[in-house]
Write a protein of this length. Structure first.
Length: 181
């Protein structure tokens, strides 16, 4: 069952877009960690406030949370029934980052705080191209703390479509059964 979903992946992989679409299919409002963590001018939330907010998010019965934040992954993954790893590859992510920078130069990008424009610099490009080497091992290590959690890899549109079809089918079953079981 898709009830508590953590979505992780590299920068510009499509995490927030997938979270929004899954949320629409399942009737669950997605929580975008970047939008919750970053304050105006890319100022971070205080550590104690952040931990309390994260804890309250994953304590719910139904949620979708997208974003990395590797320090909180073990707790998030342990509370998840499904972890979705979005990894279309560095070239796709680079093109998306460039496109996002131009597209959202005026309006807010999905999953971003209202007051922060999409980040785009050499550091972002480096994060994109080193994600598989540097961050995927951290994700796998965090997954080892949640052995019963289902892991879904989304590498492209077909994988995303299959997951969304599964979510829509689940929503139809739940609706036919009179709501949440």
């Amino acid at each position: 069952m898709l009830r508590r979903i953590a979505i992780v992946g590299g920068p510009a992989a499509g995490k927030s877009t997938l979270a929004t679409r899954l949320g629409g299919a399942l009737g669950i409002e997605p929580h975008h960690l970047d939008a919750l963590y970053w304050k105006p001018g890319w100022q971070p939330t205080a550590p104690d406030d952040w931990e309390a907010l994260h804890r309250s998010l994953v304590a719910g019965e139904r949620w979708i949370v997208d974003g990395g934040f590797t320090g909180s992954m073990p707790e998030r993954f342990a509370a998840s029934d499904t972890v979705v790893i979005v990894d279309p590859g560095p070239l796709v992510c680079t093109v998306r980052a460039i496109w996002r920078r131009f597209l959202y130069s005026v309006r807010r990008a999905p999953g971003m705080a209202d007051v922060s424009r999409p980040h785009f610099d050499l550091q972002l490009i480096r994060w994109i191209w080193t994600f598989r080497r540097d961050k995927l091992p951290e994700i796998r290590a965090a997954l080892s703390t949640a052995p019963g959690t289902r892991v879904v890899h989304v590498r492209g549109r077909d994988d995303a479509r299959r997951l969304l079809d599964e979510a829509r089918a689940q929503a139809r079953r739940e609706e036919g059964a009179g709501g949440d079981p």
